[in-house]
Ligand binder design. Sequence first.
Ligand SMILES: NC(=O)c1ccc[n+]([C@@H]2O[C@H](COP(=O)([O-])OP(=O)(O)OC[C@H]3O[C@@H](n4cnc5c(N)ncnc54)[C@H](OP(=O)(O)O)[C@@H]3O)[C@@H](O)[C@H]2O)c1
Length: 262
Amino acid sequence: MKNRPVVIVTGASRGIGAWIARWVSSAGANVVMTARSHNDLLSLEKEIRTDGSFSMPITCDISDPNACVDVVEKVKKQFGRIDALVNNAGILEPISKIADCDPEQFKQNICVNLLGPFYMIRQTISALRKSNGRVINISSGAAIKPIASWSAYCAAKAGLTHLTRVLASEEPSITAISVRPGVVDTQMQALIREKGPTAMPPELSKYFINLKQQGKLEPPWVPARSIAWLAMNAPPELSGEFIEYDDPKIFKPAKDFFGDAH
Ligand SMILES: NC(=O)c1ccc[n+]([C@@H]2O[C@H](COP(=O)([O-])OP(=O)(O)OC[C@H]3O[C@@H](n4cnc5c(N)ncnc54)[C@H](OP(=O)(O)O)[C@@H]3O)[C@@H](O)[C@H]2O)c1
């Protein structure tokens, strides 16, 4: 157990994050899974343990800086090393025009999507320097495309993507990459379909509903596989890049390394 790489995955209770945890543990990593939903983390831990790998669930609200400090201290105490941090936890809301946006909700979005990753990076940086480790930040197409009614999310993901570039330029021994996971069949998309018709421009809301109806959403295990591969093997020359999950540079080696979900 001691010689295995240690990978922290935030937002691992469901969706893309749960699949990142499954993939990295299937490759023999010790995986630390964080989120607020304690029972979901315990279920995933049980599943992964049955598979023979070691995992550590830690309940944590990523927007709380002290909670992030506690997580990293627990990981260091348990394993004595950190090889990769995957900042995956994220929220979409508020969904509303800037003119109508609730300031507290806007602030909460930035706290989860941008400050949470910052807290986790800051706390893990010394351990990651020692391991020549990796930071994989889960961004979004919304980081570069303005999406009406998603102002906080767009701003937070743009900030996260640029934070990744700054990290890459400051820390030559750490490989820092931001990833766009595509449009993925998770609770976040279910929320868009539920709230979109009353909160988003009609064409945009219809676009997401159609993607689901036409079976065009990506299952979460697919982008998670590319992200898990980066967490385990990201080439240092990619540091600072903003990469699509299906970019052949990462998609093919990830498929060759892990195979398909079963
Ligand atoms: N789905 C898409 O189409 C899509 C597209 C582009 C980018 N993304 C990005 O991909 C990442 C994963 O999203 P997903 O689609 O898998 O969404 P999801 O199913 O809603 O999962 C979000 C995860 O984040 C965790 N989380 C939310 N708030 C948190 C908080 N305050 N503290 C700790 N954990 C928190 C959730 O756990 P708890 O609720 O248990 O805390 C959950 O595990 C996000 O960063 C999202 O922005 C998704």
